[in-house]
Design a binder for this molecule. Structure first.
Ligand SMILES: *[C@@H]1O[C@H](CO)[C@@H](O)[C@H](O)[C@H]1NC(C)=O
Ligand SMILES: *[C@@H]1O[C@H](CO)[C@@H](O)[C@H](O)[C@H]1NC(C)=O
Ligand SMILES: *[C@@H]1O[C@H](CO)[C@@H](O)[C@H](O)[C@H]1NC(C)=O
Ligand SMILES: *[C@@H]1O[C@H](CO)[C@@H](O)[C@H](O)[C@H]1NC(C)=O
Ligand SMILES: *[C@@H]1O[C@H](CO)[C@@H](O)[C@H](O)[C@H]1NC(C)=O
Ligand SMILES: *[C@@H]1O[C@H](CO)[C@@H](O)[C@H](O)[C@H]1NC(C)=O
Ligand SMILES: *[C@@H]1O[C@H](CO)[C@@H](O)[C@H](O)[C@H]1NC(C)=O
Ligand SMILES: *[C@@H]1O[C@H](CO)[C@@H](O)[C@H](O)[C@H]1NC(C)=O
Ligand SMILES: *[C@@H]1O[C@H](CO)[C@@H](O)[C@H](O)[C@H]1NC(C)=O
Length: 770
């Protein structure tokens, strides 16, 4: 899903020929000059903090794309950018729909950090407190600024500047301390027609407000009206003045909401709070978020920082659950998060892709199932549009668009109609996410509230896409594109057919689960199609060609067939898996996105080739994580691609949780297979794994692995089989996982429904079916 590749097919073809050199040229030609310097590795800023949760530097990255962000799922901004984005606020028609720019009246700078002054500011991203901090040690004072998107007052971005006078020489007469600051909100928005700001005096302070509407609705048939938005902010003076002995905290607030009353009420409420209390409330809400779950690494500071950074960035883009005003509908997690996606045709415009369900979802599901529910809810909310899309394209059921934003209509960028036309696997990936959600939650409410419907309608879509081939006796799926975007309009993409097959099987299973309240017409028909869906397999070479007619040796863009092994866990012989991994490794472009190497890592871990796995693991993040704030780029240094690339982070988290820790999700069990330490670590812990209402902690050290049962849900008693014995899990229990397992944790079966067959490629003409 490279942005520049999608934009221009000829470029893609050219890249194949010219390789990396061409990549560099193209990137340089599309970026502004100030960004050039940042592609210079020697330019990198250092993170000197030895706290795994704090990233500190004296020097900000010269490329502002590598600045960190703050956010709370409602609003987000990149630090020191003049722009704020809000959940569900887009402007632009169809493929031009992108996050709408709200000028950041919360962008406040200390002048001593803007110009060359003798002070060496310290800039820190504190992921524990979810705040960006600036500290300047001046001659007569210490100035500390903290910037955060409040986790409870989610409409608010808060700037607090504390000025503490230093003890002074009593022989001199000192005057007040004056600190120059500057609000830099940038030019007016091109996306939103804001009315002239209106001042008023509130409680002795000047406050401003302005409301406006987005200019171009995404699609008039689903969005007749523009969207309104209102902002409130405190006036920012030129100087902060503190008496000579004094110390003072100045609080500046900006709130944004679609609803003016809410923006105002929340603004006033925040303004009335004591500054320290306000901050404490924010930190406490983050604390409880982190308390619920976490991935902890010891013995490798760099790795633990990367992991902490990822959860910080993820949670900053996920909606807060305990809030002053109820949260608005959630519009999904896009590949660069909520703080980016505003410039037209850049950073994926804040759209939702398969990235969400396939790359980010699984780790979020295991640790924060409530957020996994929110992600699926976005698709449920957009299902009626997916039904229309299926109709328009002559199919049945739900066909989800390749790119989806405010209305759920297809918003793929105008450059690349072929991805919208062919990358239909997104619809299967949504079903696969639903499958994992059901596997770990057995959420009956979800099934009733739309789950039965979405799963079965996705199956209807695939059933309508499968055409019988009388030569083979198999169903083909024609005119698709797998994750490898170098090969367009192919037949029987192995990846697509497996997610399609799983979707069909899942619908049969779900039809049984839902039968007392949801009518499905002919569930077995779905399974019959799945059973006979073609799966390209080369018997001589014992591997899966990527699609029918794939010519061996052809280069591919990113992991595609390899995903059959993981995340899809498609049953195959060990030898086939080995061959798929080694063959596709040899034909994948070295300049691909990080997730390829994450999935190769997991593959080698499962095959117990640790050396190879560790090499791949290194490759999966080293070139992609940018210092000092652990922001991810889509492409390896020296290239950049989209930033901050949540998709790459997703692959990396999966490598830790499902690779090194060996966890895997199945419809009837949670498995732990050969848990081991990531390279160069001494301890690795996953806390707050949620499985069928139970809360589990998995700890891995050099000598042993332990599973602690923190709590259990009475409805789903759990048993663990260690290969020999069944152990009944009870709360408080700690089980040593001796040996490599697999350790299988299961409960009673769910409603006596038969589990899906889950294999495809069987000739329906064969008499020995089943
Ligand atoms: C990279 O940095 C070096 C040293 O500062 C400088 O000489 C060189 O011109 C830079 N290259 C680019 C492409 O910015
Ligand atoms: C602070 O810096 C800004 C931007 O450089 C400048 O416009 C402003 O005049 C400065 N303020 C003071 C009080 O020096
Ligand atoms: C805005 O919010 C207020 C307060 O919650 C509510 O009473 C009002 O109905 C909302 N207005 C709109 C247009 O939603
Ligand atoms: C799960 O257990 C961990 C470890 O005791 C605890 O920190 C966390 O709060 C628990 N999570 C939930 C949701 O109960
Ligand atoms: C896709 O391939 C089919 C069959 O080969 C062909 O008929 C169709 O025109 C192709 N579509 C595009 C957009 O290339
Ligand atoms: C897996 O290996 C067995 C034994 O070598 C063989 O009989 C079987 O056909 C293989 N399965 C596949 C899908 O190739
Ligand atoms: C890890 O990757 C980096 C960057 O890709 C490379 O420079 C380094 O040599 C690799 N280290 C190992 C141990 O493979
Ligand atoms: C682990 O650490 C050793 C020594 O510091 C280093 O040589 C090696 O490259 C590291 N391996 C990885 C995979 O990071
Ligand atoms: C363990 O439990 C499973 C599922 O309940 C059962 O099928 C199996 O026979 C049991 N194994 C032993 C050794 O008791």
């Amino acid at each position: 899903m490279w942005y520049f590749l999608k934009r221009n097919k000829q470029v893609a073809a050219m890249l194949g020929v010219l390789g990396i050199a061409a990549v560099v040229v193209i990137i340089l030609s599309t970026r502004t000059a100030h960004r050039l310097a940042a592609d210079n590795a020697s330019d990198e800023t250092e993170d000197f903090s030895d706290d795994p949760y704090i990233f500190s530097t004296h020097k900000l990255p010269s490329d502002d794309r590598f600045m960190p962000s703050i956010g709370n799922g409602h609003i987000a901004t990149n630090i020191f950018s003049d722009t704020i984005y809000m959940n569900g606020l887009y402007n632009g028609r169809k493929g031009e729909s992108h996050r709408a720019r709200i000028p950041s009246w919360a962008n406040i700078r200390l002048n001593s950090t803007l110009t060359h002054m003798p002070y060496r500011p310290v800039y820190s991203l504190d992921t524990r407190e979810a705040a960006f901090k600036v500290r300047v040690d001046r001659d007569r004072s210490i100035v500390t600024q903290r910037i955060y998107a409040h986790r409870f007052y989610t409409r608010a971005i808060v700037n607090q500047i504390q000025v503490v006078a230093k003890p002074h020489d009593p022989n001199f007469i000192h005057h007040e301390i004056w600190i120059a600051i500057k609000q830099i909100s940038g030019p007016s928005s091109e996306d939103i027609e804001f009315r002239t700001p209106v001042p008023e005096i509130y409680d002795g302070r000047t406050i401003w407000s302005s409301c406006g509407s987005t200019k171009d609705p995404e699609d008039p048939s689903y969005q007749p009206l523009p969207v309104d938005v209102c902002a409130y902010w405190t006036s920012v003076p030129d100087y902060l003045v503190v008496p000579q002995h004094g110390s003072k905290v100045f609080t500046f607030v900006m709130t944004v909401d679609k609803n003016k009353t809410i923006a105002r009420q929340e603004f006033i409420e925040v303004l009335q709070q004591d500054g320290e209390e306000l901050y404490k409330k924010h930190v406490d809400h983050w604390k409880s978020l982190y308390h619920q779950a976490g991935v902890h690494i010891e013995g490798n500071l760099h790795l633990s920082k990367i992991v902490n950074g990822i959860w910080y960035y993820y949670l900053s883009s996920l909606p807060s659950q305990h809030t002053y005003h109820p949260p608005e509908k959630y519009y999904g997690l896009s590949p660069t998060g909520l703080a980016r996606g505003g410039s037209l045709l850049d950073d994926y415009e804040g759209h939702n892709f398969w990235d969400t369900e396939f790359w980010m979802f699984p780790s979020i599901l295991l640790l924060y199932p409530r957020y996994a529910h929110d992600l699926l809810q976005y698709r449920l909310d957009m299902a009626y549009v997916a039904a229309e899309l299926a109709k328009i394209t002559g199919n049945k059921g739900y066909r989800f668009p390749w790119e989806s934003a405010y209305t759920g209509t297809e918003v793929t960028q105008p450059c690349c109609p072929e991805v919208a036309e062919f990358e239909q696997h997104i619809t299967g990936c949504i079903s696969y996410a639903a499958r994992q959600y059901l596997a770990t939650t057995r959420d009956e409410e979800w099934l009733k509230q739309g789950g039965c419907s979405i799963v079965t309608h996705i199956a209807d879509f695939w059933a309508s896409r499968a055409v019988i081939n009388f030569n083979t006796g198999l169903y083909d799926i024609e005119s698709v594109m797998g994750p490898d975007e170098d090969h367009s309009n192919v037949t029987n993409s192995a990846f697509t057919n497996v997610v399609a097959g799983y979707s069909l099987y899942l619908a049969q299973y779900v039809a049984c689960l839902c039968k007392s309240y949801y009518m499905a017409k002919d569930p077995d028909h779905w399974a019959d199609i799945a059973w006979s869906l073609a799966l390209p397999y080369d018997e001589t070479l014992d591997y899966h060609p990527q699609f029918s007619g794939y010519e061996r040796g052809e280069q591919i863009k990113q992991a595609d067939v390899v995903l059959l092994g993981f995340p899809l866990q498609y049953p195959m012989n060990m030898s086939t898996r080995v061959n798929d991994l080694s063959y596709y490794e040899s034909v994948t472009r070295s300049s691909g996105p990080a997730m390829t190497w994450s999935m190769h890592t997991i593959g080698h871990l499962r095959l117990q080739d640790d050396k190879k796995a560790n090499d791949m693991f290194n490759k999966s993040y080293q070139g992609y994580v940018r210092e000092p704030f652990k922001v991810w780029s889509e492409l390896q240094r020296p290239n950049v691609g989209a930033v901050n690339f949540f998709t790459g982070m997703g692959g990396f988290l999966q490598t830790l949780i499902f690779g090194y820790a060996g966890v895997s999700i199945h419809l009837d069990r949670l498995e732990i297979n050969t848990p081991q330490l990531p390279p160069n670590t001494t301890n690795f812990k996953i806390r707050g794994i949620k499985y069928l209402g139970a809360n589990l902690t998995l700890s891995i050290s050099e000598t042993s692995s332990t599973l602690v049962v923190e709590s259990l849900d009475d409805e789903w008693p759990l048993t663990m089989n260690d290969g020999k014995y069944n152990i009944t899990l009870v709360p408080g229990m700690s089980v040593t996982l001796s040996g490599s397992g697999p350790f299988k944790i299961h409960s009673t079966s769910w409603k006596e429904c038969k589990l899906p067959e889950d294999t495809i490629g069987h000739n329906y003409l064969r008499p020995n079916k089943l």
